[in-house]
Design a binder for this molecule. Structure first.
Ligand SMILES: [Zn+2]
Length: 285
């Protein structure tokens, strides 16, 4: 599973040195933008997902990738024929630097508002998280204009994104859902906030004592949800390259697959249990 390899690699890379040289090359490698479904497009790097959702009244951007990759994101948006200044709202899955470091500049360049959860707000507004493998990696802080609550719907024009707080990976980790219509069918899209452990301390985490309970509740919550289109902050979680190849052969949209969320969550839960057991065993005197 590429998803776990990527997560494990990232955790190892951060544990040794949190410098620009230590993160996976696919995080900053360029990726041509592509259509997912309805008015939803991928405008991120090879592995760091950034989603653009468009409407006649303005667009929404989810996540911002790295500070250094902002020019790539802006170029991708232009390549699709959309204007940066049409982005009226930016939201975030979680406040780790690989998804949030580019937001400050994207916000400035577009003039968009930025909405985020209360628990990730202090991380975003300081560019600093106090625990985990990215604790020494500071990024450009970004002001949160509006705090989203669990179940709240935000958006622009007829774009309606619902925030689902799924904490654990970060304290304010937020999964987003919205609807897209294509060929007369309406699909529920989810951009899941990560539920991987990715080097987070689960035992004796004084900065985030309820981390295990939060992960468990978020896993249960996501398992109970339905999505026709599964998206995530890392492309490696859902193999868009394979789907793009499949699309070339024609047939139904390969990004539509109502089984992906449940399959992903089953693997994510098993990986969480394994890592929790490993950390608990390692913490025993
Ligand atoms: Zn993360």
């Amino acid at each position: 599973m590429k998803f776990f390899v990527t997560a494990a690699f990232a955790a190892l890379a951060f544990a040794s040195a949190a410098s620009a040289e230590s993160w996976p090359a696919e995080w900053s490698a360029p990726q041509a933008p592509f259509h997912i479904a309805g008015n939803t497009y991928y405008v991120g790097t090879r592995d760091l997902a950034v989603y653009l959702i468009t409407s006649p009244k303005g667009d929404v951007l989810i996540d911002g990738a790295l500070a250094d990759t902002v020019p790539q994101i802006e170029k991708n948006i232009a390549a699709l024929g959309f204007k940066l200044s049409n982005i009226k709202l930016i939201v975030n899955t979680h406040a780790h630097f690989d998804h949030a470091a580019g937001i400050a500049r994207l916000k400035k360049d577009s003039g968009a508002k930025f909405d985020a959860s209360a628990a990730d707000r202090p991380i975003l507004e300081t560019g600093t998280i106090s625990f985990g493998p990215t604790a020494s990696t500071h990024y450009p802080p970004v002001k949160v204009d509006h705090v989203v609550r669990d179940g709240e719907t935000v958006g622009v024009g007829d774009i309606k994104l619902t925030a689902h707080l799924t904490p654990g990976h970060t304290p304010g980790c937020t999964s987003w859902t919205w609807n897209e219509t294509e060929n007369g069918k309406t699909y529920r899209v989810i951009d899941i906030c990560s539920v991987s452990v990715a080097g987070n301390p689960l035992v004796n985490n004084t900065a985030y004592p309820q981390i295990v309970d939060d992960y468990r509740a978020s896993i249960a919550k996501l398992k109970a949800m339905h999505a026709d289109v599964f998206l995530a902050p890392h492309a490696g979680f859902y193999d868009p390259q394979g789907k793009l190849a499949a699309r070339k052969t024609g047939g139904p949209n390969p990004f539509v697959d109502p089984s992906t969320l449940q399959n992903f969550m089953a693997k994510a839960e098993a990986a969480f249990d394994t890592e929790l057991a490993r950390q608990q065993a390692a913490a025993k005197p």
